[in-house]
Design a protein around this ligand. Sequence first.
Ligand SMILES: Nc1ncnc2c1ncn2[C@@H]1O[C@H](COP(=O)(O)OP(=O)(O)OP(=O)(O)O)[C@@H](O)[C@H]1O
Ligand SMILES: [Mg+2]
Length: 342
Amino acid sequence: MPSLAKPLSQQQEQKAVLRVEDLHTWFEVRRMGFFKAGDVRALDGVSFELYEGETISIVGESGCGKSTLAKTILGINHITKGSVHFLGEDLSTLDKEGWKRYRSNIGYIQQDPYGALPPFMNVQRILEEPMKINGIKDKEEQQRRIRQVLEEVKLAPIEDFLPKFPHMLSGGQQQRLVIARAMILEPKMLIADEPVSMLDASVRIEILQLLQALQRRHNLAIIYITHDLSTVRYFSERIFTMYGGKIIEKSSTQALLKEPLHPYTKALFEATSDPDVQNLYSYKDIPSGEPPSLMNPPKGCRFHPRCRQIIKGLCDQQMPPEFWVRDDHAALCWLYKDEKNA
Ligand SMILES: Nc1ncnc2c1ncn2[C@@H]1O[C@H](COP(=O)(O)OP(=O)(O)OP(=O)(O)O)[C@@H](O)[C@H]1O
Ligand SMILES: [Mg+2]
């Protein structure tokens, strides 16, 4: 069984920056602050690799675990079970210095754009801060990096922007600054959690083009989390669909656009054949019903209560394994049990 959504020949050629194996993040829920009522299984067995210079888009409804995945990779959330390796190093073995080094290698664009920038710091200080924390104390080096990064994100003329505070910037300029800060330590990987969801359509495209340009220049590996299905086809090599704390479909972008496999992904993507990147498509044709409870997930496949293609006695009884239908395309769905081996 290939473990990755990439042809084996390509897997060997490309260098994995990140390896996530059977990752679980469960949050304990306590009643009256004392009695354990159960666990929210926000991440429930997620595995994949991310390669140098590659973008993976992660899509799925609200609450399916996208941000939890980002935060667990970043070490903000705990790992309940499973592992994360970055450039071959197991995060669970890192000491304080190791964590500092690791974090300086990952740029993070968090989901909440308003909480992202400290209101009482100007642009100069916002960009200096991560360098100070990470031991880049040489003033000349600091200035060199600030100039380079502001040029790259096109906040120019630079002198005009350095003294400005976040509230003096437009939404698009604020997001450029967030990206500049994420890039200032010259990371190898970027995690962008809904980086354009709060912006106008025209600005949204500019910001995505900026991310793409940075990726090419720095050979960045990117995890792009989004609700905006119209952008993923232009922006990513692979697309993963999440549902109920699991990745239920992994595919190359090409294969997914040709033929989504999982009934849930089909419903998400088939209605959005509109190639207009400005057309924000927001899950309007997903099957009716609620996303699954993460505390008491349904028996069997988590999607079965909403699925139009349910196989009774199987889908409602057993969780499907990952079936690889093609070298670059897998689905967690019993419909494909007769395809290649799981
Ligand atoms: N720190 C936490 N403590 C307890 N539960 C949490 C915590 N963080 C996330 N959760 C729960 O985990 C589940 C997944 O949340 P997550 O934020 O990862 O969803 P998401 O896919 O990013 O959603 P959205 O698209 O709305 O951003 C939710 O049920 C959420 O309430
Ligand atoms: Mg989120």
